[in-house]
Design a protein around this ligand. Structure first.
Ligand SMILES: C[S@@+](CC[C@H](N)C(=O)[O-])C[C@H]1O[C@@H](n2cnc3c(N)ncnc32)[C@H](O)[C@@H]1O
Length: 256
């Protein structure tokens, strides 16, 4: 068991969760409500879609408004897309509604102006907030919209532990104000923000993650310990530093 690949352990943990980052259907709906009107048949991309928590929610929200949306869900890793496809099949979602594509969010092969809306929950950090917005802008139609959730400082005076953790994990993590400036520089008008409440970290992410960590300790023993201990440290940091940072939704429109 000592040759277990840390990425396999990480995948085992993540695939057992209902979503792959903090968030909720409520938060997705709040961000969706900040968008300008969409066309009747909007083209939507969900970048870094994971198992598709937001992709399915976007299909539900657009259907509720009598739109016939097509969501193109993109992720780099097949195991997430396999779960997404299995859910689509179970729920009877057709290929006309949901296009599942393996791709690298840094080197997307879509034509310029392909989408009315780009959605990215908990994934733009992989490129960095500003670089992600710059990179993806050309895939939006002129006047198109983008909604991303991004881990964000909520205080100017974080604890030393929180500073140390995020300095190592994501040194360019911004504040709402610095991200608003970054959005303007990248060519967007910021329409609104929504700070995810603590329950959006717990209910579908950290609580099931803690349960799965306990199961995996029993299954894998010492071989998985380093990965599991790192994940536990992240959870403990969030628990002991309330209100210092959270994911924030940024809803923006491409300025032309
Ligand atoms: C924190 S998870 C968020 C997943 C999902 N949006 C959610 O909220 O449940 C980040 C996702 O980005 C995917 N990812 C990582 N690097 C990527 C890349 N270069 N291109 C596309 N997806 C990537 C991961 O596989 C993972 O599913």
């Amino acid at each position: 068991m000592s040759d277990l690949d840390p990425f396999k352990i990480f995948l085992d943990l993540q695939l057992a969760l209902p979503r792959n980052g903090p968030g909720s259907a409520v938060a997705t709906e709040i961000a969706f409500s900040m968008l300008p009107p969409l066309p009747e048949s909007p083209e939507i991309a969900d970048l870094g879609c994971g198992q598709g928590a937001s992709a399915f929610e976007l299909l539900r929200l657009t259907a509720k408004k009598k739109m016939r949306a097509r969501v193109t869900a993109v992720d780099l890793f097949e195991p997430f897309l396999d779960k997404l496809n299995a859910r689509a099949e179970k729920e009877g979602v057709s290929e006309a509604q949901l296009v599942v594509t393996r791709g690298d969010m840094e080197a997307l092969s879509f034509k310029d102006g392909s989408f009315d809306l780009i959605w990215a929950e908990g994934s733009i950090y992989l490129l960095g907030f500003e670089r992600g917005l710059e990179t993806w802008r050309r895939f939006l139609k002129p006047g198109g919209s983008i909604a991303v959730s991004e881990c964000t400082w909520l205080t100017a005076t974080p604890s030393q532990a929180a500073q140390d953790f995020w300095e190592a994990a994501y040194p360019s993590m911004g504040t709402i104000s610095s991200n608003a400036h970054a959005a303007a520089r990248a060519g967007y008008e910021l329409l609104g923000t929504h700070v995810l409440p603590p329950e959006d970290w717990w209910a579908e992410y950290y609580t099931p993650m803690r349960q799965r960590i306990a199961e995996m300790r029993a299954e894998y023993g010492e071989a998985a310990e380093e990965v599991l201990a790192n994940e536990e440290a992240e959870i403990a940091l969030f628990e002991s530093n309330p209100g210092q940072y959270s994911y924030v939704f940024y809803v923006m429109r491409r300025k032309d």
